[in-house]
Design a protein around this ligand. Structure first.
Ligand SMILES: [Zn+2]
Length: 353
């Protein structure tokens, strides 16, 4: 049976699954697992694979080597992963100090921080999943360098490294790249995750939430792949149909805490999961990747944080895009139309190199 037939079989074998609410222990919120809604008639947006491949260099792309950007800067002739400042930043160290608020209802502060763009490759027409193992490891080194550099600035309280990949998640430039937002505050998601991991450790004699999650036999059906230093799992309370987490086995708050051997493993496992999505969706799959490092403020609770990578493809099956609509926008409680154990099985069955 061909790889495509195998992957088709995986996608078509969705069965009527569980209908229940599941507790998301990191975000401390309920997720509705409603596997019965995936068989509802669909008249929403259909997402098709993009057309023919573009060339390796695009003179109109502001991320390609040697191109002059909107700021007037000329990109160097780079040949490995490369970082630049975002020419249209939401946060900047030069942002002005606003007027002092007269009361708490009009509280404000300067939008100080940094926004960076990380090019995974000098080649315009590849994705991270298609890089060589060495090139991918270079991307991981860039993640570490950026985090180290930005977290050292006392203005910065959290560094979020992420990738918006594909038109479905609003990526405006197809050059393989990610971004960094270095915030002057701790974001809402990080506040919740820090509180939940700290509270779990205090309730359980210092135990680590994500390590316990990985090691609990009840989660065995959620495992996609396990290697020496990290595992890829579908979370028990997945908020997106094919959401996965790449979790190092050793608890540490920051990507910069890991050894070279651990980072080699993380790099390989992350890239293999990106390849698995391409195999499952039979295209250069759209995806949001989030590197969840602990905040870099002075809070001593950061020590309980377990660094991990979250991948959230927006597709609920081969062609359908999942939108967050009224109930979800109004509640922040997501409905997932696919049983997480079923998603993990489909991902395990994907054939990759
Ligand atoms: Zn480009």
């Amino acid at each position: 049976m061909s790889t495509q037939e195998l992957n088709n079989r995986a996608l078509n074998s969705q069965v009527q699954g569980k209908w229940e609410t599941r507790w998301h222990p990191l975000l401390e919120q309920w997720v509705i697992i409603s596997a019965n809604t995936s068989v509802r008639p669909w008249s929403g947006k259909i997402s098709k694979a993009p057309g023919s491949a573009e060339s390796a260099h695009d003179a109109n792309c502001y991320l390609c080597p040697r191109v002059t950007r909107a700021s007037g800067s000329v990109n160097p002739d780079y040949t490995s992963p490369h970082a630049i400042d975002n020419d249209f930043p939401s946060l900047a160290l030069t942002a002005p100090e606003p007027e002092v608020a007269s009361n708490e209802l009009f509280k404000r502060s300067a939008a100080q921080g940094r926004c960076r763009v990380l090019c995974w490759s000098e080649r315009h027409n590849v994705t991270l999943a298609e890089l060589s193992e060495t090139e991918m490891r270079g991307v991981v080194d860039l993640w570490c360098d950026e985090h180290r550099m930005l977290a050292a600035d006392s203005v910065i309280k959290q560094v979020l490294i992420f990738e918006n990949k594909g038109a479905e998640v609003g990526a405006s430039n197809m050059h393989p790249h990610g971004q960094v937002y270095a915030y002057p505050f701790v974001t809402d998601i990080a506040s919740r995750m820090r509180a939940s991991q700290t509270s779990y450790a205090k309730r359980n004699k210092g135990a680590d939430l994500l390590s316990d999650l990985l090691n609990d036999p009840q989660g065995s059906a959620l495992l996609v792949e396990r290697s020496e230093h990290c595992s890829v799992i579908v979370p028990f309370a997945a908020r997106f149909s094919y959401e996965t987490w790449v979790v190092p086995h050793r608890q540490a708050p920051y990507i910069t805490d890991f050894s070279s051997a651990e980072l080699n493993d993380l790099s390989r496992m992350y890239q293999r999961q990106a390849q698995r999505y391409d195999a499952l969706f039979q295209r250069k799959s759209p995806n949001i990747t989030l590197l969840h490092n602990a905040p870099c403020d002075e809070n001593t609770d950061n020590k309980h944080w377990h660094f991990h990578i979250v991948m959230q493809p927006p597709l609920r099956d081969l062609e359908k895009v999942k939108f967050l609509a009224g109930a979800e926008a109004g509640s922040n409680n997501i409905v997932n139309p696919l049983q997480p154990e079923d998603a993990a099985r489909q991902l395990r069955e994907c054939e990759i190199a």
